[in-house]
Design a protein around this ligand. Structure first.
Ligand code: F6R
Length: 608
């Protein structure tokens, strides 16, 4: 949801800002802008549409000289994605420029107040109040003006501020939106996300909410909310630039699908030592686990779908009542949660607003909380009692793939670990499952290798405007994710349905125009699923089935078949989703969609 960058140093700022924005474009891509200070003057360039337009307009940044600047790539909340609404926003006297990620909730009152005082608003954004407040409060002391401004703001904001009277200086403010400072040699940076920094430095400072910083080429000074200088630890980012580049693939999404075996290895390998699962970061001993009487898993979108898979596995192995809840629903549902609840929060970015709110709500009710997160130092990771990182590396494509599968891998490790701690898993089964989990990277690679012809299949079906994904138990959980993948990148309408539920109404929609993707990997219910396949075929639907390599019976039932390598029944979802990720990718490609930047979406959803 919007990406911001800032740079101050000896180099020309604009090319550095544009390069940083390129890496943040996944956060929003409906307009972009930069502001650069040079010789005590601020110059701004903005465009609607993709960042590429701004790159062209500014000749790769060469047209805007200066060594200190800020940049923004937008996912519109307040006001259409026009040039006027694009950031940076400039004060009426031209002395200040501001970029913002987040939402100023009280902007309407502030706008009214500032308008009455004579400030002129040009945009429809909530952000413009910030730049006018700075202008109003500034009397030569920038830090003071920033503090007075921030004291008036309600909501979430990561801000970057440029003032023409302070050449070479940037101000960065963080509150409930991500912001990281990059520490260079004779140059300093800020950005919404480390991917924009790692081309320049791997040394970073994570700001806490309420903190703000002044950056000059040689110095970073961080302040607490009261304006007292504080010392912050330097952290080293483990990700490298290669991880945030396409590496020869046409799209980040395809690269990230192909990267899954490696990502899963990074998630699993360090957590299995001498055949035992070791979960550093999970701070609940067996006595505490024995007190748990329910597990609630909460998340949004694909992370919720991973949680839905986890729910089946957790309940089956641990024998603890487990449910998966959408964070956007849970937060307002007056949930029955107390200190005997283990709340598992899942988030790739760790910044999803609804997920954070659900976590806070359940924490306040006494739940013990565990986060499964990819981005180190993110809000969710900081708020939870324990964190298990997925270690998937940066995920750039808006549609998650390796984020989702590594979340499932952590849930599987966790379920087996808890079941073992509770004495509910006998030795033989424990060893079988651990071996199965360790083999997942290889199983995932085989799922890729087995499905080289998915592109051809997608070529057959890409014109379909409506699809159903059906399955039972874990197959149903995977169907939910497969359906979301297809619709978000190819814009085809698709629905995931519990196969046994079709006949209760939805089967009325089934006819010869429908493609039904039948997930038939869950062996225990294979025959039941085959009955549902027969039902839809009898009504004219075409069936594309997904089945285990050894399950040859499916060929007699379906029109086409995608194969999934064998693994333990409970571990199937990881190899199973792979062909369906590829199917969604190739359907979208055949339709000519902009796969890495689907319309109306952004990667990190920091608004409600
Ligand atoms: C879909 C997708 C989203 C995210 C959801 C939660 O491909 O990526 O549905 O899963 O927005 O995001 P995180 O995991 O960052 O909390």
């Amino acid at each position: 949801m919007c990406g911001i960058v800032g740079f101050t140093g000896p180099q020309q700022a604009a090319p550095v800002l544009l390069e940083g924005l390129k890496r943040l474009e996944y956060r929003g891509y409906d307009s972009a802008g930069i502001a650069v200070e040079s010789g005590g003057k601020i110059r701004t360039e903005k465009c609607s549409g993709y960042l590429e337009n701004l790159v062209k307009m500014t000749d790769g940044g060469k047209a805007i000289p200066g060594n200190c600047g800020i940049g923004h790539t937008r996912w519109a909340t307040h006001g259409a994605p026009t040039v006027t609404n694009a950031h940076p926003h400039i004060s009426n006297d031209g002395h200040f420029a501001v970029v913002h990620n987040g939402i100023i909730e009280n902007y309407a009152q502030l706008r009214e107040e500032l308008t009455a005082k004579g400030f002129i608003f040009y945009s429809e954004t909530d952000t413009e109040v910030v730049v006018h407040l700075l202008d109003m409060y500034y009397t030569g002391d920038l830090k003071r003006a920033v503090m007075k401004t921030v004291a008036r703001l309600e909501g979430s904001y990561a801000l970057g501020v440029l003032c023409d009277e302070k050449p070479g200086e940037l101000i960065a403010v963080k509150n409930a939106s991500p912001l990281i400072l990059g520490v260079g040699a004779g140059e300093n940076f800020f950005a919404s996300d480390v991917t924009a920094l790692i081309g320049h430095t791997r040394t970073v400072i994570y700001l806490e909410d309420g903190e703000f910083a002044s950056l000059t080429p040689d110095k970073i000074t961080v302040y607490d909310p009261a304006g007292r200088e504080i010392s912050k630890p330097l952290s080293q980012v483990m990700w490298n630039t290669e991880a945030a580049e396409k590496g020869g693939y046409e799209h980040f999404m395809l690269k990230e699908i192909m990267e899954q075996p490696r990502a899963l290895k990074a998630t699993i390998e360090p957590r299995v030592k001498n055949g035992e699962i070791v979960l550093e970061g999970f701070q609940f001993g067996s006595d505490q686990l024995k007190e748990i009487n329910q597990i609630v898993i909460t998340a949004c979108g694909s992370a919720y779908h991973a949680g839905y898979v986890g729910r089946y596995i957790m309940e089956e192995l641990c024998r603890i009542p487990t449910r998966a809840e959408l964070a956007s629903e849970l937060r307002y549902s007056k949930p029955i949660i107390d200190e005997r609840t283990l709340l598992i929060v899942i988030s790739q970015s760790g910044e999803t607003a609804d997920t954070i709110a659900a976590l806070k709500e359940c924490k306040s009710l006494g739940a013990r909380t565990l986060a499964i997160v990819n981005v180190v130092g993110s809000t969710v990771a900081k708020l939870a009692d324990s964190v298990l990182y997925t270690w998937a590396g940066p995920e750039i494509a808006v549609a998650t793939t390796k984020g989702y599968t590594t979340q499932i891998a952590v849930l599987e490790l966790l379920a087996v670990y808890i079941a073992r701690q509770l004495g509910r898993l006998e030795d033989k089964r424990y060893k079988q499952l651990v071996r199965g989990i360790c083999a997942l990277p290889e199983r995932c690679q085989r799922a890729i290798d087995l499905n080289r012809r998915v592109e051809k299949l997608a070529g057959k079906h890409y014109k379909k405007t409506s699809l159903f994904y059906i399955g039972r138990n874990l197959d149903y959980a995977v169907a939910m994710e497969a359906s979301l993948k297809l619709k978000e990148i190819s814009y085809a309408h698709s629905e995931a349905y519990a196969a046994g539920e079709l006949k209760h109404g939805t089967i009325a929609l089934i006819d010869e125009n429908q493609l039904v993707v039948a997930l038939a990997c869950y062996n225990a219910l294979f025959d039941k699923l085959v009955s549902n396949v027969k039902e839809v075929k009898a009504r004219g639907a075409q069936v594309l089935a997904l089945a285990r390599e050894s399950q040859r019976r499916i060929f007699a039932e379906a029109d086409q078949v995608l194969l999934v390598p064998e693994t333990d029944e409970l571990l199937m979802p990881i190899p199973e989703i792979v062909p369906l990720q590829l199917f969604a990718y190739y359907v979208a490609k055949a339709k000519g969609c902009d796969i890495d930047k689907p319309k109306n979406l952004a990667k990190s959803v920091t608004v409600e």
